[in-house]
Design a protein around this ligand. Structure first.
Ligand code: NAD
Length: 427
């Protein structure tokens, strides 16, 4: 995440604002504004050139009152423990808002898999598990993929875990490849979940999705599937911003008449990076990376990074925009929230909008435990029902109590987790 911005401070600031309104006692506040456990470790790896290199990793368990910890592992050269703490905290609120019996965890390694061979990445995956094996597991804390980690990485991690514990344990990790314990629908789940919420929100506003336009930041897992479903529903995608690792900068790829998703996917690599020269040849306007936010569209969907809508960028949101649906974790700062409130945008907050991923991960665990796997339609139908119910609960509370939707979602989650801690006799 970008320098100067501290995601964990932001997560605590968001929590404090609601905790004060909910009248929580001091012990509950202290418990919920901090992680319950965290592990910091070194992972030595023999690189392909024969030299050894040490990578630094983290696993943070924010709260497990409602069930085992749940959260992805990121590989990112800019990872910090405060990012991981923030993301673990948001996982607690996310699992609570969709009401699944899991808590919040997160992990990370400071590394750049784009610059490493598959063998080197596999060594990091296996080394990560060797360091945390005593503190993770299907009944303790369940990892998953996140930014720049894939199903293949999860399988290497699962294999290392099962080798050490001496038994098959497919519910230990989620986001596994299909045929190796993965669930149909998991790849689509996060992006689809964002659009299920957008669909419900547009219904409430009496707007036909077919008459809407949208601009996205990111063209990776979340964004690509959100874009595909939004396209299927008949919406028009005008702009997509993505990182170009050759130019070491982000660009916004614009087509005012609407982007052809399959065409764009044809010139995109596995890290969600679009080939800028080919995009120019296909007639895309190439704008600066931040231009996605200032397009005259109905819906803006940040689905790449944290801290993208802040005090500097929020004023650039076009007056045409009616809705902000947050695919990424932590894309909007509390300062930007104030600007967004004054602009009157309807917000679908990150830990609700992008909860489809963890919901489907939960379904994956359930299927692994039963050793019986559902058809894709069944998974997506169950996902749609969970996301729609969670969205409606947040929207109903926001409208009935005149709350900002992010605050309404926090009210529901924090109250559920605080109740679970209290019933267990922790505070
Ligand atoms: P990803 O690595 O698949 O894709 C990231 C995308 O962001 C890529 O297209 C990349 O080019 C783009 N990007 C990177 N830097 C950029 C920049 N400066 N400007 C514009 N684009 C940039 O990641 P993902 O899995 O799609 O995750 C995206 C966000 O969603 C993250 O915040 C992640 O924590 C969150 N999230 C992901 C999941 C999931 O299931 N994958 C679930 C919940 C939340």
């Amino acid at each position: 995440m970008s320098s100067g911005f501290n995601a964990f401070q932001m997560a605590q600031q968001q929590f404090d604002a609601i905790a004060n309104k909910l009248d929580l006692d001091q012990a509950t506040k202290d418990l919920l504004r901090n992680p319950m456990r965290e592990y910091h470790f070194s992972i030595p790896v023999r690189m392909d050139d024969g030299k050894y290199k040490v990578f630094f990793g983290f696993r943070v368990l924010h709260n497990d009152a409602r069930g085992p910890g749940k959260g992805g592992i990121r590989f990112d050269p800019h990872e910090t423990v405060d990012d991981v703490r923030a993301l673990a905290t948001w996982m607690t609120w996310k699992t609570a808002v969709v009401d699944i019996p899991l808590g919040g965890g997160k992990g990370g390694v400071i590394c750049d898999p784009r610059e490493m061979s598959p063998r080197e990445v596999e060594a990091i995956c296996r080394g990560y598990i060797r360091q945390v094996v005593k503190n993770v597991g299907p009944l303790q804390d369940v990892p998953a993929p996140d930014v720049m980690t894939t199903g293949q990485y999860m399988l290497w991690m699962l294999d290392e875990y099962e080798t050490i514990v001496g038994e098959k344990s497919p519910g230990f990790i989620t986001g596994k490849p299909l045929g190796s314990g993965g669930s149909l629908g998991r790849t689509e789940a996060t992006g689809y979940g964002v659009i299920y919420c957008v669909r419900e929100a547009l219904k409430e506003l009496n707007i036909d999705i077919k008459n809407t336009t949208a601009s996205f930041q990111g063209f990776g897992n979340v964004s690509q599937h959100a874009i595909k479903l939004y396209d299927q529903y008949g919406g028009t995608i005008k702009a997509i911003s993505s990182w170009d690792n050759n130019a070491k900068t982000a660009y916004t790829y614009l087509k005012k008449d609407g982007i052809n998703v399959e065409e764009l996917l044809g010139i995109t690599d596995r890290f969600g990076q679009i080939d800028t020269d080919k995009a120019k040849d296909l007639g895309y306007e190439i704008l600066p990376g931040s231009a996605w936010i200032e397009q005259d569209v109905d819906i803006i969907i940040p689905a790449a990074l944290a801290n993208q809508i802040n005090a500097d960028t929020a004023p650039r949101i076009s007056p045409a925009v009616k809705m902000l649906a947050e695919g990424a974790n932590g894309p909007t700062t509390p300062e930007a929230d104030e600007i967004i409130k004054s602009k009157g945008l309807w917000v679908i907050p990150d830990f609700l909008a992008n909860a489809g991923g963890v919901t489907c991960s939960y379904f994956e665990q359930v299927q692994c435990n039963m050793n019986f796997f559902w058809e894709k339609d069944e998974v997506l139908t169950k996902l749609d029902a969970k996301m729609t119910n969670a969205y409606k609960a947040v929207s109903d509370l926001a409208r009935s109590k005149k709350l900002y939707p992010r605050d309404a979602a926090y009210h529901i989650s924090i109250q559920r987790v605080a109740d679970a801690c209290k019933k267990r006799g922790w505070v």
